[in-house]
Design a binder for this molecule. Sequence first.
Ligand code: 5GP
Length: 190
Amino acid sequence: MKGRLVVVSGPSGVGKGTVIAEALRRAPDLELATSATTRPRRQEEVDGREYHFLSGPEFERRVEEGAFLEHVSYAGNRYGTLRSEVERRLRAGRDVVLEIEVVGARAIKRQMPEAVLVFIAPPEVADLEARLRGRGTDTEKEIESRLEIARREMEAQAEFDHVIVNDTAERAAAELAALVGPANEDEEHR
Ligand code: 5GP
């Protein structure tokens, strides 16, 4: 049995990370793939946990050796999904979740049409700005850049298999976990 690939996307600041963390607690067979990035590590982040933090040249070397399923430039940094985080787990029958932006989600869907694309949407777009500012981790220039991307990302919702509104993280996480949990059992009984 092959595991399922769940790609979670949505604008920066929508709370994807919190929703996924809660969904992982609810769905024990779901595993999160750790992306690689050239973005500087934030203080609370740990290399290998939130991301594999790579230098520019190291990231480029990995691109050239074909280590990425997809990779993008986003707000001045590079981000990519490592094959090594995904393929072995899927073959072993585990469900894998990716937390990536919209361009990467499209690239995954082109290569793996069976991937389930989930868009996490804010109840109100105005909430995004408040969350990005409240987080206090980004510079003004970076916040502006992330908001501009977010406005464009909101328009991509229609391309996704599911849209989950993050009204509360708990409810949104239950909806996300339900996409993998029970359906898997059904397939086995078919
Ligand atoms: P942040 O800098 O806030 O951690 O991430 C910025 C954006 O990059 C977020 O929308 C996040 O989901 C996205 N991202 C993280 N890892 C990847 C990846 O491997 N590929 C792509 N395409 N986007 C990613």
